[in-house]
Design a protein. Structure first.
Length: 730
């Protein structure tokens, strides 16, 4: 008997009576109990795939013939198989057959209203099929002036670039400019800032609290007004005559359109304006305004939106919307040719900036720290981008650069966490301070072939976790410090022959890098250059490198062999430490010093020949090389450092040449298989302690030259081993 409901007392333990599961909704190979309590085996399949496309977020969308839509990361769809759907599907996982489809990039054309609302959205194919622009949005008190792109121009752009953001222009129905305030305390005096280029104009200002005044003045107007009680107010500005016009804002640094009164003295102009500009929550621009002045809305941190007519000019001095933390969207009028310096900097909440095809120049830091900006599209009219223009845009996913940008780029792309691909335009010949730091999802960068000059920040690709391959331009002369640090997915890097040095931590933690070709002109490999490249299996150090820095190849667990050419004179501290898979090391004549811990914890190293050019062996050089069975120390080495062969469990015999004058503390400590030591010098080398050969229970004899027995047995710290010291058999 099948059971579909179990109640214990007043508690329902099992209730299948409401389930809608049927066998045709359950994937083959899975099962469930139905509403009658009877077990059902699934019989459903996903059906054939009818289309494979890619959405605006870069995800593959698979539609089958049963009406199911599966969204998966494009990197996971490479062949037929089982993939996990996201949400809202009949079953998961689902088996898909992708062999009949083709993945194509689908562009996106978005139409935004003044408050950041997405009014319309089309794929590039849908948009190109339109015969007219979509209808203009309508709002009480506003007159729509249309979109900031024409259909013809937009289609030309979308045909080439696939992506575009378009915005709407408005003018107020009554012709007045209106500024909404939210005053949060009583008896507050604010100052309204306006300006003009003419000698004399007249305006009427309604303060929204039942008072108004007529203003007639000269070039700059700074009008103070006191609100007796807290509340919301709308300032309405109208021209007294049709020929009166004005600029919104004073144009002076640190004075936004609403700011602190001049009657309040301060020694810190920049910060004193903030408590007053914060009162501005929205603005609607009307007739008779011809320009938005420099700094106009700067630090209006609560400003939600501004409606902008289609003929307004932005002052090229910049900073107009600087630090408008709450601003959601701006439509730039086609009457402008420049996006001024710092104009949108620190607009943390802005999601869309609709840039028209009249813009030719993007200023310095213009979009810096626009954290919520998701797409930025530039038309072919743009020919230059300023310093740090597109940095710290943490949610920027789509970046379309004009193909006509020429000249130079300076510190443009860093801290853009979500951008996947960047192609630098072919017209760029000079890159200053290349900067992609913390672009976590960046997979590839394409450089133009005609770059004549390039310089890098100290960590240009650091934490580009998804970066897979890079071909550096031929003008690159050094792989900079920290250049590719933490690029965990980097598998391919092409370094041009022009490079002469590999910087500190240049490839540190590039854990997917399996091999790399170091150009022949490289002379220096600096500290930690390849440390923690845990997949690196082989490395060729060219004959020309003179020094290998500290920890340069440490923790390269998969590295199995290394050859150090004769050009190298020094091997740095811990240079190859903890290379657990390293089985052989060839050191050519030329090296004079091997740094402390250079091969420490190379657990698989079985033998090493130290060349005659070496004069000193540092502390812990071969410590914890557990299976090291053979070491040749050349005549010429004068000192063996502390702990240099400690924990070399496989070492059975060691010959110490006559050139050695000192042996460090615990140099052969815990060499648990050591049986014989052969001393060549007639004069006992200095032992730094009596632990040089401690914990070597298997030690049978320390052989010394004939005639030197007494000298060794009585020497300081040698005497503890007197019973094992013997003359070398003839």
């Amino acid at each position: 008997m099948a059971i579909n409901k179990v109640v214990y007392g007043t508690t329902t333990l099992v209730d299948l009576t409401g389930t809608t599961a049927t066998s045709d909704k359950i994937l083959t190979g899975y099962g469930a109990y139905g509403k009658d309590g009877v077990w059902m085996d699934g019989s459903a399949t996903s059906g054939g795939i009818e289309s494979v496309t890619q959405d605006q977020n870069g995800y593959v969308v698979l539609d089958d013939d049963e009406g199911n839509q599966i969204v998966v990361d494009p990197l996971s769809v490479t062949s037929n198989g089982t993939y996990t759907a996201n949400t809202g599907h009949a079953y998961s996982p689902v088996t898909v057959n992708v062999s009949g489809g083709s993945t194509t990039e689908v562009g996106r054309v978005n139409f935004y209203d003044y408050d950041g609302t997405l009014a319309y959205s089309y794929t590039d194919t849908e948009f190109l099929a339109l015969s007219s622009m979509p209808s203009n949005p309508t709002h009480t008190g506003l007159i729509s002036q249309g979109w900031n792109w024409t259909l013809s121009d937009a289609k030309t752009h979308v045909t080439e670039y696939k992506y575009l953001d378009i915005g709407q222009h408005y003018i107020t129905e009554n012709g007045n400019t209106e500024i909404d305030l939210n005053i949060d305390e009583d008896a507050i005096t604010i100052m309204l800032c306006l300006s003009t280029s003419a000698t004399r104009h007249s305006f009427i200002i309604n303060w929204g609290d039942g008072t108004s005044e007529n203003i007639t003045g000269l070039y700059e107007y700074k009008i103070e007004h006191t609100y007796s009680t807290l509340g919301t107010y709308t300032i309405s500005i109208s021209a007294a005559t049709e020929t009166s016009y004005y600029y919104l804002g004073s144009g002076s640094a640190y004075y936004s359109v609403i700011t602190r009164p001049n009657s309040i003295s301060t020694t810190n102009n920049q910060n004193m304006g903030i408590p007053y500009s914060k009162y501005v929550v929205s603005a609607r621009i009307g007739n008779n305004v011809t320009q938005i002045s420099q700094w106009c809305f700067s630090k209006c941190m609560n400003l939600q939106y501004v409606t902008i007519p289609n003929d307004i000019v932005f002052n090229i001095g910049g900073y107009i919307f600087y630090q408008c933390n709450s601003l959601k969207q701006i439509t730039v009028p086609s009457s402008n040719t420049t996006i001024a310096n710092n104009i949108f900097e620190n607009c943390y909440s802005i999601k869309s900036i609709a840039i028209p095809n009249t813009i030719t120049n993007i200023g310095n830091s213009s979009f810096n720290k626009c954290h919520e900006l998701k797409a930025l599209t530039m038309s072919n009219s743009i020919t230059s981008i300023g310093t740090s223009a597109i940095c710290n845009c943490h949610n920027l996913e789509t970046l379309i650069l004009s193909k006509n940008i020429i000249g130079s780029l300076n510190s443009v792309f860093g801290q853009n966490y979500k951008i996947k691909h960047i192609s630098i335009p072919n017209g760029i010949t000079d890159i200053t301070y290349l900067y992609f730091t913390n672009n976590y999802l960046l997979e590839s960068v394409t450089f133009p072939s005609n770059i004549t000059s390039i310089s890098y920040s100290s960590n240009p690709f650091t934490r580009c976790y998804s970066l897979k391959s890079v071909v550096l331009p031929n003008t690159t002369t050094e792989v900079k410090d920290y250049m590719f640090q933490y690029c965990h997915n980097l598998t391919s890097i092409t370094i041009p022959s022009s490079v002469t040095s590999i910087g500190t931590s240049a490839f540190n933690y590039c854990s997917s890098l399996e091999s790399i070709v170091i150009p022949n002109n490289v002379t220096v490999i600096k500290s930690m250059a390849f440390s923690f490249c845990t997949s690196l299996t082989s490395i060729t150090i060219p004959n020309g490198v003179t020094s290998i820095g500290d920890t340069a190849f440490s923790n390269c667990y998969a590295l199995t062999s290394v050859t150090i050419p004769s050009s190298v004179t020094s091997i740095g501290t811990s240079a190859f430490a903890s290379c657990y898979g390293l089985t052989s090391v060839t050191i050519h004549n030329g090296v004079t010093s091997i740094g402390n811990s250079a091969f420490n914890s190379c657990h698989s190293l079985t033998s090493v020949t130290i060349p005659s050019s070496v004069t000193s062996i540092g502390n812990s050089v071969f410590s914890s090389c557990y299976v090291l069975t053979s070491v040749t120390i050349p005549n010429g080495v004068t000192s063996i450092g502390n702990y240099s062969f400690q924990y070399c469990y496989g070492l059975k015999s060691i010959t110490i040449p006559s050139s050695v004058t000192s042996i460090g503390t615990s140099a052969f400590n815990y060499c648990s298989s050591l049986e014989t030591v052969h001393m060549i010098s007639d004069t006992p080398p200095t032992l730094d302690s009596n632990t040089v050969f401690s914990s070597t229970a298997t030690l049978v004899a320390i052989y010394v030259p004939v005639g030197s027995l007494t000298a060794y047995q009585e020497a300081t710290n040698w005497s503890i081993y007197a019973s094992k010291i013997q003359e070398e058999p003839s």
